[in-house]
Write a protein that binds this ligand. Structure first.
Ligand code: CUA
Length: 384
């Protein structure tokens, strides 16, 4: 009897919670009302089954409870009951699945006048690309990916020269224009998800996936990665700004093309590789290799130690020893992250392929971010 009462309370509380809960769908920022309707259909059908089945269990618990002198009668088979159950279940499952097929078919069928936006995912950051004046995205290939060409654009492809590259975690979109989203990943499975748009799609290494939507409400929306993709996954965030056409055009016009970016790289190389530019290359590398997902440069802790004030600091290691963070320590640590763990941090740093020159640039960059404050003050005193 207690079980029956408990079940009845669970059913009543679940229905009540659904009615009074404050987490209703956010203001619509896309055209995907059909997706909301599909979710509602799913909720109603599963909710109905939940209530009916649990109330049936309550009924049987009460009706067939143990009584002296009453014995249960075995009824091995009931053809008509089975037919009913199969029929109702079949209709229920069709009603659950069919609307989703229709919505999905529309979801990947982009309208002709759509603006094409490429989203590139990488552990653990986002990049974006628009087609340039020619309206065509240039070819990309994994073998072209480098610190100076993070999109992996084919330098020989004419269509790619005017492509507009956004190596940052914010992208703008014009209000009311359909956007065709092409998704690529450089390494593992990611998923581009902007919750208020109710639109998301997996990004699979080696293929381009696609969906489309129309932003219908201006604002700044958070985009996040929705597939567990490693230790930096929770930091893999970006923003999508939806604004009127004029503001979008102004923002868009200020962005560099692939050709301009490559010219900058060549100019920097021609200017020579002094200490300053070595650290500058290190900064670009930290960005390109995704180090920044786990290491901040402003002193705030993340998955790994902050790089601010790291150089010259004495770290406690997991084996109980201490070590001064100098050039050799950093080189050895980045080459073999699992060899010596730093106390207070999980041993999750991946081994990253770096050339000797890239390693030197990265260490030079960390060096520019300064030493520990107490020690810096001590050195100043010593100099006086
Ligand atoms: Cu990328 Cu999670």
């Amino acid at each position: 009897m207690i079980m029956a009462i408990a079940l009845a309370i669970i059913v009543a509380a679940s229905v009540l919670f659904h009615i009074v809960n404050p987490w209703w769908i956010t203001p619509l920022a896309s055209n995907w009302k059909s997706m909301d309707d599909t979710l509602t259909i799913t909720l109603v059908i599963t909710g109905l089954f939940f209530v009916v089945i649990n109330l049936f269990v309550v009924y049987t618990l009460v009706r067939f409870r143990h009584r002296e002198g009453v014995r249960a009668v075995r009824q091995p088979e009931s053809k008509s009951l089975e037919r009913w159950l199969i029929g109702v279940t079949t209709v229920g499952i069709i009603a659950l699945l069919a609307p989703g097929l229709v919505v999905y078919a529309n979801y990947v069928k982009t309208p002709h006048d759509a603006l094409t936006l490429e989203v590139l995912g990488q552990q653990w950051q986002w990049r974006f690309r628009f087609a340039g004046a020619d309206g065509k995205l240039g070819l990309t290939e994994t073998r072209f990916v480098s610190a100076t060409n993070p999109f992996g654009l084919d330098p020989a492809d004419a269509a790619g020269q005017d492509d507009i590259l956004i190596a940052a975690d914010e992208v703008h979109l014009p209000l009311g224009k359909p956007v065709n989203v092409l998704l690529r990943s450089h390494d593992v499975l990611h998923d581009f998800y902007v919750p208020p748009f109710r639109a998301r799609m997996n990004m699979v290494p080696g293929q381009v996936s696609t969906f489309w939507f129309t932003p219908t409400v201006t604002g700044r929306y958070e985009a996040l990665c929705s597939q567990l993709c490693g230790v930096g996954h929770p930091n893999m965030r970006a923003h999508v700004v939806v604004e009127d056409a004029a503001s979008f055009q102004a923002w868009h016009n200020a962005l560099p093309t692939f050709a301009a970016m490559q010219a900058n790289v060549r100019a920097a190389a021609a200017a020579g590789a002094g200490a300053g530019s070595l650290a500058e290359r290190g900064r670009a590398l930290a960005d390109a290799k995704g180090c920044v997902a786990c290491h901040t440069i402003d002193g705030s802790p993340r998955v790994g130690p902050t790089w601010k004030g790291l150089y010259g600091k004495t770290e406690s290691l997991r084996d109980g020893s201490t070590a001064k963070v100098d050039e050799k320590f950093l080189r050895d640590f980045i080459r073999e992250p699992q060899a010596r763990g730093v106390k207070g941090f999980a041993p999750v740093m991946p081994k990253i392929e770096l050339s000797d020159e890239e390693l030197a640039a990265l260490v030079a960059y960390i060096q520019t971010l300064g030493g520990p404050p107490a020690q810096a003050a001590g050195e100043q005193k010593a100099q006086r």
